[in-house]
Ligand binder design. Structure first.
Ligand code: ADP
Ligand code: MG
Length: 695
C-alpha cells in the first residue's frame, strides 16, 4: 500500500483487518461522525446532552481508591478548560493508566454525555471518548481533526482513529484511487455517485452537511458504497447459482408407477401447499441440472412428508437418498417417521449416528457403499465421515434453524452432483433469505395441515406455577400428554439435567403421582433416549420432562400442552420451535411460559410469543431484538462479513442490488462490463468471502 505514513509495521497491523490495498483502506468506513465545525463551548453545555468539546487539559489527577488499597487502577480525572472560561471534568474509573497519556497542556476533543455532580454542580463527562489533537503538523494539521465534520474510525490495533483519518486523507489526495468497478450503465441509471466522490464523501463530509444523515449512513456516498457492496455479493451468488445450473445432474423421471407409489404411501391428504411444493421439487428433479432447493415451512407445516415424497422419486429411479439432521435425536425421530411412511413401500431405512459402535457403523457403511440400502438417515457427521455411497441421487438436509451453508458445499465435494433439498423451519425475513440462501431456489409451505388450532400461549410468573400444573392436569384428564422443558444454560447440559431430574422427581412424587412421568436429557445413552421417546410416543408416559434436546423434530400429536421453565432464558427462535411440538393434533393446545426474573428484552420476547403464532413475525422480532450477527449465530451462518452495508438497515438497497445483479449476470450490457465484473468478483469477493468460485 503506497501511502505516506504506512511503513511495513503499520501495513502489517492494517492487514490484520484485511486492509491490504489503498482501495481497502478507503473502503474502511467511519462508524460515526462528530460535528466539530461548530463545537460547543464549555459555558454553553447543558446537562444530559451528548456533546463534543475541544479543550485544553488544565490539570490531571489520579485518585487511588483507599490509600492502602492494593488494587490497581484508581480514578483518573482531567479538568478541561476552554476560552469560554468554563470548566469540565473528564473522569475515567480504573483510568490511572491515562496519567501517562493525558498530560496538562494538551488539547483534546472529548465526546460524551454531560452530567452534573453535586455539591458544586460541577460539569462532568464519565468515560468520554477522546482524541488528543495535534499541536504541530506531525499528524496532519489541526484542520484535519477539527473545524468540520470529523470521521471517527474504529481503531485498527494500535492505529488510532486520528492516524486513520490522516492516512485516509493522504490516500484520497495523493494515492491512485482504483477505477470505479461498478458498471457505468447501472451507476448512471440509478443516479449513484462515482467512486471517487463517494469515498471523499464518507471520509470527509462537505462543510454544512447534516451530521445526522452521515451517522445514519444515508449520505450519497454511503448509499453508493452500500449498493456496490451488496451488488457484488448478489452477483457472486447469482453466478454461483448459474454455475450450479450448468453442472450435470440427474434426470429423475416421475412416472405413473411412481405416482401410484406416492399415493399409496400417503397417510393423509396433502395440503394444497404440500402439493404445490412437491410439484416444484419434482420439476427440479426431472431437470438435467442438479436441484438446489430450500424448503421453508413453519414448524408443523409438514415438511417431512414432502421430503419423503422426494425420496420416493429418487429411490424409484434407482438412486440412494440421504437425510442429514443436526442432532442425533432429530435423526432418530426422522428415522421413525420414515420407517412408518416407507413401511408400505417396503424400503429399508437405516440410521447412522455418531453414538453407534464402530462395528455397527462399519456394517452399515458397507451396506451403503454396496447400494443395499436406499434410504440413509444420519447426523451431519455422516457427511464429514468416510461414508461412500453407491449411487447417491438426493440429499435432504434438515437444518431446522441452524444454518450450515458450508455443510451444503461439502456435499458437493463428494464428486457426483446429487440433488439437494434443504429444509428449514426458521422463517427467515425475505431479504435475509435472499442473502444467506441466495444461491438456492425456494419453496414455501405456507399452510398448516387442516384442523389445527393455533396454540394458546400463556405467561405465568414462577410464584404462580401452580396455575401451570392445573392446566396440565386438566389436559391429562382428557387423555392428552404434556411436555415440561428446561433450558440448557450456556452449554451446561449437566446443570439443566439436574434441574430436570429434580422436577421429574417432584412431578412424579408430588404433583402427578397418578401419572407416569418420563425424563429425557442429553446425557442419556442413545438407546435410553429412544426408549423414553418411544414410551411417550405410545402414550405410556403422560408427562415428558426434558432439557432442550426435544427442541427439534419430536412429533407426538397427542401432546397438547408444553410448560417451558425459565422461558426468559430462551431466544425467540427456540421458543417458537419448542412451542411447535404442541398443536399438532386437532384439539386446542397450550404453551405455558414460566419466568422467574424478567429483564426488558426477555419481557419483549415473552410478549411476542404470547401475541403471535406467526413464525415470520417472530423471526422479524428476533432479528430486531438481536441484530443479524446474533440472529444467525456467528460462525455457522455462512453470512459474509459486510464492510459498510447492514442487512437490516439496508434491506431496500439489498432488494435493488439483487434485482440489478440478477439482470446483470443474465445479460451483461457489454463483453467488457462482464469481463471487468468477473475480474472484480474474483479478486475481491472471493478473497473476502471465500464463498464463490467464479469461472
Ligand atoms: P415439520 O414441517 O415441522 O417438519 P412435520 O412434517 O413433522 O412438520 O409434520 C407435522 C405433523 O403434521 C406430523 O404429525 C405430520 O404427520 C402431520 N401432517 C403433515 N402433513 C399433513 C397433512 N397433509 N394432513 C394432516 N396431517 C399432516
Ligand atoms: Mg420436521
Amino acid at each position: 500500500m503506497y501511502v505516506k505514513g504506512v511503513g511495513p509495521a503499520r501495513a502489517a497491523v492494517l492487514e490484520t483487518k484485511g486492509l491490504h490495498t489503498v482501495g481497502d483502506l478507503l473502503s474502511y468506513a467511519p462508524f460515526r461522525y462528530e460535528d466539530r465545525s461548530n463545537v460547543k463551548s464549555i459555558q454553553s453545555l447543558a446537562p444530559g446532552e451528548m456533546a463534543t468539546v475541544l479543550a485544553r487539559i488544565h490539570s490531571a489527577t489520579t485518585l487511588r481508591i483507599g490509600r492502602f488499597s492494593k488494587r490497581p487502577g484508581g480514578m483518573f480525572e482531567a479538568v478541561l478548560t476552554d476560552n469560554s472560561g468554563g470548566r469540565l471534568a473528564a473522569k475515567w474509573f480504573n483510568g490511572s493508566f491515562l496519567a501517562n497519556i493525558l498530560v496538562p497542556g494538551m488539547t483534546l476533543a472529548v465526546y460524551g454525555r454531560i452530567e452534573t455532580e453535586t455539591p458544586m454542580n460541577r460539569l462532568v463527562m464519565l468515560h468520554p471518548e477522546f482524541e488528543i489533537l495535534p499541536e504541530d503538523d506531525d499528524e496532519g494539521d489541526a484542520s484535519l481533526h477539527t473545524g468540520r465534520i470529523v470521521p471517527i474510525y474504529e481503531a485498527v490495533g494500535k492505529i488510532s482513529t486520528k492516524v486513520l483519518r490522516l492516512l485516509t486523507n493522504r490516500a484520497l489526495e495523493h494515492a491512485a484511487i482504483p477505477p470505479d468497478p461498478l458498471p457505468e450503465s447501472i451507476r448512471a441509471r440509478l443516479g449513484l455517485v462515482p467512486l471517487r466522490e463517494a469515498l471523499h464523501g464518507i471520509h470527509f463530509p462537505a462543510p454544512g452537511s447534516d451530521v445526522r444523515v452521515w451517522n445514519e449512513s444515508r449520505s450519497p456516498g454511503h448509499q453508493r458504497l452500500i449498493f456496490e457492496e451488496l451488488f457484488w455479493l448478489e452477483c457472486g451468488l447469482a453466478s454461483k447459482r448459474s454455475q450450479a445450473r450448468q453442472a450435470d445432474g440427474i434426470r429423475f423421471a416421475l412416472t405413473d408407477g411412481i405416482r401410484k407409489k406416492l399415493k399409496h404411501m400417503l397417510p393423509f391428504k396433502p395440503t394444497a401447499a404440500q402439493k404445490r411444493v412437491l410439484g416444484e421439487i419434482a420439476q427440479d428433479m426431472a431437470a438435467p441440472q442438479p436441484m438446489n432447493r430450500l424448503l421453508q415451512g413453519d414448524v408443523g407445516s409438514g415438511k417431512t412428508l414432502v421430503a419423503a415424497e422426494a425420496a420416493v422419486i429418487a429411490i424409484e429411479n434407482g438412486y440412494q437418498c440421504v437425510l442429514l439432521a443436526p442432532t442425533e435425536l432429530l435423526a432418530a425421530q426422522h428415522h421413525l417417521a420414515f420407517k412408518k411412511l416407507f413401511g408400505k413401500l417396503g424400503y429399508p431405512v437405516i440410521l447412522l449416528t455418531g453414538s453407534q459402535s464402530p462395528k455397527e457403523k462399519a456394517t452399515l457403511k458397507r451396506m451403503i457403499a454396496e447400494g443395499i440400502v436406499k434410504m440413509v438417515i444420519g447426523t451431519h457427521a455422516v457427511l464429514t465421515g468416510d461414508v461412500e455411497f453407491h449411487k447417491l441421487g438426493l440429499a435432504i438436509v434438515d437444518e431446522q434453524h441452524r444454518f450450515g451453508v458450508l455443510q451444503r458445499l461439502k456435499l458437493f465435494e463428494k464428486g457426483v452432483h446429487p440433488d439437494v433439498l434443504v429444509m428449514t423451519a426458521t422463517p427467515i425475513p425475505r431479504t435475509l433469505a435472499l442473502t444467506i440462501y441466495g444461491d438456492l431456489d425456494t419453496s414455501l409451505i405456507d399452510e398448516l395441515p387442516p384442523g389445527r388450532k393455533p396454540v394458546q400461549t400463556i405467561h405465568v410468573p414462577e410464584p404462580k406455577i401452580a396455575k401451570a400444573w392445573e392446566l396440565v392436569r386438566g389436559q391429562l384428564r382428557q387423555g392428552r400428554q404434556a411436555y415440561v422443558v428446561y433450558p440448557v444454560i450456556e452449554e451446561a447440559e449437566t446443570v439443566s439435567m439436574k434441574a430436570a431430574q429434580k422436577m421429574h422427581e417432584h412431578l412424579s412424587a408430588v404433583e402427578f403421582p397418578e401419572y407416569k412421568v418420563g425424563l429425557l436429557h442429553g446425557k442419556l445413552r442413545a438407546e435410553d433416549r429412544e426408549r423414553v421417546m418411544d414410551q411417550f410416543q405410545r402414550g405410556e408416559t403422560g408427562i415428558l420432562v426434558s432439557t432442550t434436546v426435544i427442541e427439534v423434530g419430536v412429533d407426538v400429536p397427542n401432546a397438547s400442552v408444553m410448560v417451558i421453565e425459565h422461558a426468559e432464558r430462551f431466544g425467540l427462535a427456540q421458543l417458537h420451535q419448542l412451542r411447535g411440538r404442541v398443536g399438532r393434533g386437532a384439539s386446542q393446545s397450550y404453551c405455558v411460559l414460566v419466568t422467574s426474573s424478567l429483564g426488558e428484552p426477555a419481557r419483549e420476547r415473552i410478549r411476542t410469543m404470547v401475541e403471535s403464532n406467526d413464525g415470520f413475525h417472530i423471526a422479524e422480532m428476533d432479528l430486531r431484538l438481536r441484530g443479524p450477527g446474533e440472529f444467525f449465530g456467528t460462525k455457522q451462518s455462512g453470512l459474509p462479513a459486510l464492510r459498510i452495508a447492514n442487512l437490516i438497515r439496508d434491506r431496500e438497497l439489498l432488494e435493488l442490488a439483487r434485482a440489478e445483479a440478477q439482470a446483470f449476470i443474465a445479460a451483461p450490457p457489454s463483453e467488457e462490463d462482464s469481463r471487468r465484473a468477473l475480474a472484480h468478483i474474483r479478486e475481491h469477493w472471493q478473497r473476502r468471502y471465500g464463498l464463490v468460485q467464479v469461472g
